[in-house]
Ligand binder design. Structure first.
Ligand code: SAH
Length: 204
């Protein structure tokens, strides 16, 4: 996976490649999908949700340019895999999930795989961020939104970086946004197709 799907496609950050090699992805998928765990695709995890394609998880983690000292917010925990990867790359991860059953599942998996020491899984609507833990040096949103939720931009540190799929169900672009000296800029990393962000501002 690391060589064929990530390095060959342009993921260069050695810390990201190492983290992706270290986290046991098969532990984060349903038992019947274990044999497919390292495929180049998202996989259904139940509740209408998926574990993201490995390349997407790596691309998003790389875009955040983490060095190991950051506090990171993830919106959309799902199975907890990306949170585990981010946990290897930053000092602390707060990950918010809106489906209670997935919160329990992610907590249990992170504990079982011993990935939970720097990760807090919080139940709630992540489109509102996690004010109690803010500000964040980096924010990763794992579900598509029609626009960037204002609360997330507010809870982003200066300097700080945020990665989010923006668009509708069929057509999204992965935006990498950075805040510096009070200014906000962004670039588009790639086209993508995530499940949609729920809640908050009444989008779904
Ligand atoms: N991070 C996961 C991918 C999760 S898919 C991985 O490692 O593969 C997106 C997740 O976002 C789903 O679990 C979905 O339930 C959750 N989600 C959708 N809207 C949300 C919201 N407003 N707040 C928090 N989580 C949300």
């Amino acid at each position: 996976m690391v060589e064929a799907q990530l390095r060959r496609r342009g993921i260069r950050d050695e810390r990201v490649l190492r983290a992706m090699g270290r986290i046991p992805r098969e532990e984060f998928v349903p038992a019947e999908s274990r044999l497919m765990a390292y495929r180049d695709d998202p996989i259904h995890i139940g509740f209408g949700q998926t574990i993201s394609q490995p390349y997407m998880t790596a691309l998003m983690a790389e875009a955040l340019e983490l060095t190991g000292v950051e506090t990171v917010l993830e919106v959309g925990t799902g199975c907890g895999y990306a949170a585990a990867v981010l946990g290897e790359l930053a000092a602390r991860v707060v990950t918010v999930e809106i489906v209670p059953a997935l919160v329990h599942m992610a907590r249990a998996t992170l504990r079982r795989t011993l990935c939970d020491s720097s990760i807090a899984v919080v139940e709630g609507d992540g489109s509102l961020g996690a004010a109690a833990y803010a500000p964040f040096d980096a924010i990763s949103v794992a579900a598509g939104a029609p626009e960037i939720p204002a609360s997330l931009v507010e809870q982003l540190n200066d300097p700080g970086r945020l990665v989010i799929p923006v668009g509708d169900r069929a057509d999204q672009e992965l935006r990498v946004l950075w805040k510096q000296n009070g200014r906000i800029d962004y670039r588009v990393a790639t086209q993508c197709r995530f499940v949609l962000l729920r809640g908050g501002e009444g989008w779904q």
